[in-house]
Structure formats: structure tokens, C-alpha cells
Design a protein around this ligand. Structure first.
Ligand SMILES: Nc1ncnc2c1ncn2[C@@H]1O[C@H](COP(=O)(O)OP(=O)(O)OP(=O)(O)O)[C@@H](O)[C@H]1O
Ligand SMILES: [Mg+2]
Length: 400
């Protein structure tokens, strides 16, 4: 006879889990203590302490650069919390604001988001970026606020905004300096695209975040384990293995994702501990490039383009695709997802951006193919893995 009370959710809830608090492994969570990054925090603090000592006296500009998962975002956010707390104790009205430029793409969006933080509604009529900038200055003046603005993942290019902001900060008619800037980027290449005036004001100060070594990754993982898992559920050998695997990239995010996934496999199997075998299982399922957050942050168009490329590779025994093949496939995928396909120039820009992110490799054709064309390859990731990941991301996106 069927049991009326049969409830799969209840059954799942009764299952044993090794996770004490899974959210402590999420990418957005910033732990209170960041092993091996004290020195960086101190450098940033030395740089910005003048804002607390002499509010309005001068503004600061700092560039932070380093490869994926080296703790740039986490350290800057931790610093932000620190300086807000310190300012509050001293009755200084200071706001620290972190904005991801991969999500907020235009100068207008970035400025709008900043102003929203000050709880000021922007009237509906279309303001120009210049007017928004003016509104921001007025808010800061009127409410006597100081702002430390962090523009994260700036590699993408927002030259005009940087130009406007740095000019504003250099403005000598501006006796009280209310705005400071932290820019986070993978490398310093973006500087080359700026114009001279902006370069000279930005160039001076930068802090480089080195890749983590295996033993540093071990310390990071160990500490995060204590927050996320019950005691004695993670074997030390497993942590060493994860640290070794991720040290090839020096990437703490990759290490944490391996740990999280290994934990998930343990739960699925209702095992008591993360043994190295579960780490290997996790490793085989995540390629560094497919790391979900990289794909998650792509624009819808970039996702569709990448899906096109992945699908074409699945069906063809080829190492490279031509731009033409990609464009033709992309138009079909846009139809499938009922989205308007972008024009050639925009497609090309998106290809460049996917290339910059390391998801694909593009190069100009050499001899053998008539006329120069851009050739596109996937980075060393199975096309099927990328395809599956994209399909599930797109499903989420299109449902919303
Ligand atoms: N020293 C550390 N201690 C604990 N956790 C860390 C440390 N460094 C990084 N992490 C964690 O690793 C993950 C990646 O770090 P973070 O996002 O700061 O890297 P990033 O340098 O900003 O990378 P990307 O350039 O890809 O944005 C985050 O979940 C972060 O909390
Ligand atoms: Mg980051």
C-alpha cells in the first residue's frame, strides 16, 4: 500500500550531511580572516589611512592586479569593511562601495548604481553620464560623505568613466577630496588603452597579488573547512591533494570549488569523510575554465556565442572554427533561444572578450587558408562540459 505521508523532501532532510554550513564555501562569502594576505591588507591600509587621518585632504587611487582566485576581491572587500568600521568610530561619514564592472558594463549603469547606494532615486528622464556624475558630487557634498569606490574586473574597458573620475579627483577647484578609487584587474594591460592624462594619475600605485603556493592554499582550505564542515569529515590528505591540484593555477577559487564538490559527492554517497578519491572525482568534473562563476558572469550574448562554439566542436572533428562558421551557427542558436542576433562587429567584440577571459583561444589564420580570418578554438575543455554548463545557466536566465 502506498504511504500517504511519503515525502522525498523529508527523506532528504533526514540524510546525513558532512556540511555544517555550506554557505561558508560560496564565492560571495568573505571570511573574517584571510590567511597569507595580511601583508596586502596592510599595504592597502597604509595607502588609505590618510583618508581617516585627514578626511577631504587628498584622494587616493590604487590598482590591484593578479590572476584568477588570488584573493583580490576578498581582500579589498575585507578592507572595505575595516575602513567603514574605523570611520564610523570616528564619526566620519565614509562609504566603501564595490562594483563588478563585468555586470555593470556602462558608465551610466555604474554611476546609477553608486547613486542608488545613497538612497537617492534618479528621476526617470534620461540623464547623461556627466549629469549623473554631477548629481553624485552634489550628494557627497550635501551629505558630507566620503566614498571609496572599487571597480572590480575592470579589464573589460570603461575608459570614459575612468577618465571622468580621475579628472574629477584632480580637479583643483574641488577643495574637499571626497572620492577615492580602487581598481581591480587581472593585469595592467588596460592601462595602455587609456589616454595619457588618465595614465599618469593612475600609474603610480599598484599592488600585485601573487598566485598562491600549494602550502598557502592548504592553510586557506584548512581554515575554510573549519567553518563549512563538521569536525573530522575532511581528511588532511584530501586537502593536500586539492592544494596541489589548484597550485598549478595558484587559484583559491578553484581549490574551494574542488573542496565543495568533493563534499557534495560525499553526501550523495552518504559517506562519512572526504577522501582523496572524492577529490579526484570532483577534479574530473571541473575544468578550471568551466568554473561556473566565469560562465555565469558572461552576458547572454556571450553565452549564446560560446554555446554555438561548443556545439560546433561537438559535431566536428576539428581543432579550429572560422569566424564565418561561428557566425552562422550563432544565428541559429539565437533563433532557438528566441533572441535577436547581434551584428558582425558586436559578435567580433564578444569573441575578443571570451578570448580575454581565456574561455576560447582565437588567432589569425596563417598560410594555407586564403585571406586572413579569425580562427577559434576552445581552451582545453571538453565541449560537452561547456555545453551542459551553459544550457543549465541559460535555462535559469531565461526562466527569470
Ligand atoms: N587568503 C584567503 N583566505 C581565505 N579565502 C580566500 C583567500 N583568498 C581567496 N579566498 C577565497 O577564494 C575565492 C576567490 O578569491 P577572490 O574572489 O578574492 O579572487 P580574485 O583574485 O578576485 O579572482 P578573480 O580575478 O577571478 O575575480 C573566494 O571565495 C575567496 O573568499
Ligand atoms: Mg575578483
Amino acid at each position: 500500500m502506498m504511504n500517504n505521508n511519503y515525502n522525498i523532501l523529508e527523506e532528504e532532510l533526514k540524510k546525513h550531511s558532512i556540511f555544517k554550513d555550506e554557505s561558508k564555501l560560496s564565492f560571495d562569502y568573505v571570511p573574517l580572516y584571510l590567511p597569507h594576505r595580511n601583508e596586502k591588507l596592510r599595504q592597502i591600509a597604509q595607502f588609505f589611512k590618510v583618508i581617516i587621518e585627514k578626511p577631504g585632504g587628498m584622494s587616493q587611487k590604487l590598482i590591484i592586479h593578479g590572476s584568477n582566485g588570488t584573493g583580490k576581491t576578498a581582500v579589498v572587500k575585507r578592507f572595505g569593511a575595516m575602513i567603514e568600521e574605523t570611520a564610523e568610530k570616528r564619526d566620519i561619514k565614509l562609504k566603501f562601495l564595490h562594483l563588478n564592472c563585468r555586470k555593470n558594463k556602462t558608465e551610466y549603469m555604474i554611476l546609477k548604481n553608486i547613486i542608488n547606494v545613497f538612497n537617492k532615486a534618479i528621476p526617470k528622464r534620461g540623464f547623461s553620464s556627466e549629469e549623473l556624475l554631477q548629481i553624485l558630487i552634489e550628494i557627497l557634498e550635501l551629505d558630507d560623505y566620503f566614498l571609496i569606490l572599487t571597480l572590480d574586473d575592470l579589464d573589460i574597458k570603461e575608459n570614459q568613466l575612468l577618465y571622468d573620475l580621475t579628472r574629477l579627483m584632480d580637479d583643483e577647484l574641488n577643495p574637499i577630496q571626497r572620492l577615492s578609487l580602487i581598481i581591480i584587474a587581472k593585469d595592467l594591460n588596460f592601462i595602455k588603452t587609456l589616454e595619457k592624462g588618465t595614465i599618469s594619475t593612475l600609474q603610480k600605485n599598484h599592488i600585485f597579488f601573487e598566485k598562491y603556493s600549494s602550502s598557502q592554499l592548504y592553510d586557506i582550505l584548512k581554515m575554510r573547512c573549519d567553518e563549512a564542515f563538521y569536525d573530522n569529515t575532511v581528511l588532511d590528505e584530501s586537502l593536500y591533494l586539492i592544494s596541489d591540484i589548484a597550485s598549478e593555477f595558484g587559484d583559491a577559487r578553484y581549490a574551494l570549488e574542488l573542496l565543495w564538490r568533493a563534499g557534495k559527492y560525499v553526501d550523495i554517497n552518504q559517506s562519512p569523510q572526504i577522501s582523496p578519491e572524492y577529490v579526484r572525482q570532483a577534479q574530473s568534473h571541473i575544468s578550471p575554465v568551466v568554473r561556473s562563476n566565469l560562465i555565469k558572469d558572461l552576458t547572454l550574448d556571450q553565452k549564446l556565442l560560446l554555446l554555438t562554439i561548443a556545439r560546433q566542436f561537438k559535431h566536428k572533428e576539428k581543432a579550429y572554427l572560422s569566424m564565418k562558421e561561428v557566425e552562422n551557427g550563432y544565428i541559429l542558436i539565437c533563433e532557438e533561444y528566441q533572441t535577436k542576433a547581434k551584428k558582425h562587429t558586436k559578435i567580433w567584440e564578444n569573441i575578443q572578450e571570451l578570448n580575454n577571459l581565456g574561455v576560447i583561444n582565437s588567432k589569425l589564420s596563417g598560410p594555407g587558408i586564403r585571406g586572413k580570418t579569425t580562427l577559434i578554438a576552445l581552451s582545453d575543455v571538453p565541449s560537452e562540459t561547456i555545453e551542459n554548463n551553459l544550457i543549465s545557466q541559460l535555462q535559469k536566465e531565461i526562466e527569470v
